[in-house]
Each structure stands twice: as structure tokens, then as C-alpha cells.
Write a protein that binds this ligand. Structure first.
Ligand code: PEP
Ligand code: MG
Length: 322
């Protein structure tokens, strides 16, 4: 199968009825970037920046980070890369920041909460991203945003850093696009205030579903209990897509579900035209989407979202087989 995917990597990401889907890759290590070419992804829709922080004995300084982000950009060879700012805590612990004593680390001091409490860390990272993107387009997004105020606070730090670089005569990026991840359900109910202020939205379905169903994504006893292909999730994702479109803001799904063919098919049926996934998902998803007809899938999935089907996956599988 790998040979087949490799042979098909230059074919367009297009459905049978000629609808283009933007298929991107998730990455977190410099060596992941090599897959961009062989998987044939259109760019990196989620670059998880925390791994280099986790493998060092102390925080990497601005110069180290700048070099690293430059290398990532070079490896991307002009394809877009969406950098996500530091998302540690929860299950991603830094050796030099102990985070013990939390009963619920997934809901504890993690991600943007840490970097807003330690703004120097976020500012240093943003500074490095700005420098590594001098004269080019920079796309960055903030993880685990739960309130519009958190987004504004993070964005303000970006503005401060842009001004600082300008004042010292540094070459700035040509354009900076700033997005939010949607991982905490509360954010959905702040979309009217939030959407006008963001350039794009990226749905982190791993955390979003963990919080939606109140199930620990790392606990096998419960993590398989609720299916991402269930009616409440289909409705939620349908509404998210619709609200983003109404506000004119691009939306991508970058959680693991985007890289599974049946899930990806359902997402396309719900109107998503941009997905970002682990490199090994790109080939199978491409094969699926090149064999599907958007109109048929949309009609089927839209009806499913309106139904009270206890097991939409069964129907979607049969539909895909047909
Ligand atoms: C997510 O939560 O869906 C996501 C993409 O982020 P991570 O898996 O890194 O938490
Ligand atoms: Mg997440």
C-alpha cells in the first residue's frame, strides 16, 4: 500500500466531483519534515513546537529557537507551516518545570495557561518565530484557548514583540496570521466575539472531544467509550464549520480524527475543506477523497447529523464501501 500511496502522491487532493481539499500534515520534529515530500501534503497544518522543549535540560533560548524554526521553514521548502505555540503540561511534562500534585493535569496548569502566566517564555518563542520568518509569511496559533480574553492577551504579547522588532530595525515577516485552536468547548460560545479577531481556526479534536465527553484521552478504560463519529460530535463540528464560514474565517481540523479515512469523509461531508493529519494518514485520506462524491457524502452526513442513530460509524462505513 505504501508503494501505491507513494505513486499517487502527485495526484491532486480532489474528489470525484472535483472538489479540492487542502490536506496538510502534522509535525513536531525536524525529521518529520522529510515526510512532507513523500506524503505529498500541501504544508504543515500543525507544527507542535513543544518537543524540542521537552528533550532539552533547560528552556531553549531565542537564538536556538530561531535557528530551529528557520530549519523547519527551509525543510518545508516554501510550503506553509502553521506553528503552534508551546503546549506543555497535561501529558507533556518538561523536566525542568515540575507539575506534580495536580489531580487533573489535563484540566490543570497547561498550555496557554502556563505561557500566559510566564509571558517571558511566550514572548521569547514569538520573537524567535518572527525572526525565523523575516520577509516571509508567519502563521501561528495558540493552543487550549478557553476564553476570548486569553486569545487577546496572547495576541497582545505578539503585538508587543512585533513593535519591539520594528523598533530595533529587525526585518519583520511580510504578514502574520494568527489563529486559535478550538479545544475547549467554552470557546464555541464566544465565537461571536472571537471570530472577528482571529485569522483562522484549527479544531483540536483530541482535546475538544476529551472535554466534550469528559473522558481522559489517555485512559484506555474510557477513551474508546465515545465515538468521534457520533451524533453530538457531528452536530458540533457542523456548527463550528458553519459559524466559521459565516464569519469568513478558514477552519481546519487537526486532531487525529482528520487522518482516518471514514472520519475525514464525514468531515468533508460536514463542509470541511482543510484537514491536517499525521503523515501516515495523508495517503489513505487521499485515496478515500479521490473516490468520493462530495454531493452524495454531504447529503448522507447532513441527514445523519439530524438523526438519532446510535452508531453513525456503522452507516458511514457501509456508505464508504458502497
Ligand atoms: C488536539 O488536541 O486535537 C491537538 C491537535 O493537539 P494535541 O494532540 O497536541 O493536544
Ligand atoms: Mg490539544
Amino acid at each position: 500500500r505504501r508503494q501505491v500511496y507513494l505513486a499517487e502522491r502527485h495526484l491532486p487532493f480532489e474528489t470525484r466531483d472535483r472538489v479540492s481539499v487542502r490536506v496538510m500534515m502534522n509535525a513536531g520534529l525536524l525529521m518529520d519534515m522529510g515526510h512532507l515530500e513523500d506524503a505529498g501534503a500541501m504544508g504543515v497544518g500543525l507544527y507542535r513546537t513543544e518537543l524540542p522543549f521537552m528533550t532539552r535540560p533547560s528552556l531553549p533560548d531565542v537564538a536556538t529557537q530561531t535557528l530551529l524554526y528557520q530549519k523547519i521553514r527551509e525543510q518545508a521548502g516554501g510550503k506553509p507551516v502553521v506553528f503552534r505555540t508551546l503546549d506543555v503540561g497535561g501529558d507533556k511534562l518538561l523536566p525542568y518545570w515540575t507539575n506534580d500534585g495536580e489531580d487533573n493535569p489535563a484540566m490543570g496548569w497547561r498550555s496557554i495557561r502556563i505561557t500566559l502566566d510566564r509571558p517571558a517564555v511566550l514572548r521569547a518563542q514569538i520573537r524567535a518565530l518572527l525572526r525565523a520568518s523575516a520577509g516571509q509569511d508567519l502563521r501561528l496559533m495558540f493552543p487550549m484557548i478557553a476564553t476570548v480574553q486569553e486569545f487577546r492577551q496572547a495576541r497582545r504579547l505578539l503585538d508587543v514583540e512585533v513593535e519591539r522588532e520594528r523598533a530595533r530595525g529587525g526585518l519583520l515577516p511580510r504578514q502574520v496570521r494568527v489563529g486559535t485552536m478550538l479545544e475547549v468547548p467554552s470557546l464555541l460560545y464566544q465565537f461571536p466575539e472571537l471570530l472577528p479577531e482571529v485569522d483562522f481556526v484549527s479544531v483540536g479534536s483530541n482535546d475538544l472531544l476529551q472535554f466534550l465527553f469528559a473522558t481522559d484521552r489517555g485512559n484506555p478504560r474510557v477513551s474508546g467509550r465515545y465515538d468521534p463519529l457520533s451524533v453530538p460530535v457531528l452536530r458540533l463540528l457542523r456548527d463550528v464549520r458553519w459559524l466559521c464560514e459565516a464569519a469568513g474565517k478558514p477552519v481546519t481540523v487537526c486532531g487525529e480524527m482528520a487522518g482516518r479515512p471514514i472520519e475525514a469523509m464525514a468531515l468533508i461531508g460536514l463542509g470541511y475543506r482543510s484537514l491536517s493529519m499525521a503523515a501516515q494518514g495523508v495517503g489513505p485520506v487521499k485515496q478515500m477523497l479521490r473516490s468520493m462524491d462530495t454531493r452524495e457524502v454531504t447529503a448522507y452526513v447532513t441527514a445523519l447529523a439530524e438523526s438519532d442513530d446510535p452508531n453513525p460509524r456503522r452507516g458511514l462505513r457501509a456508505f464508504a464501501r458502497d
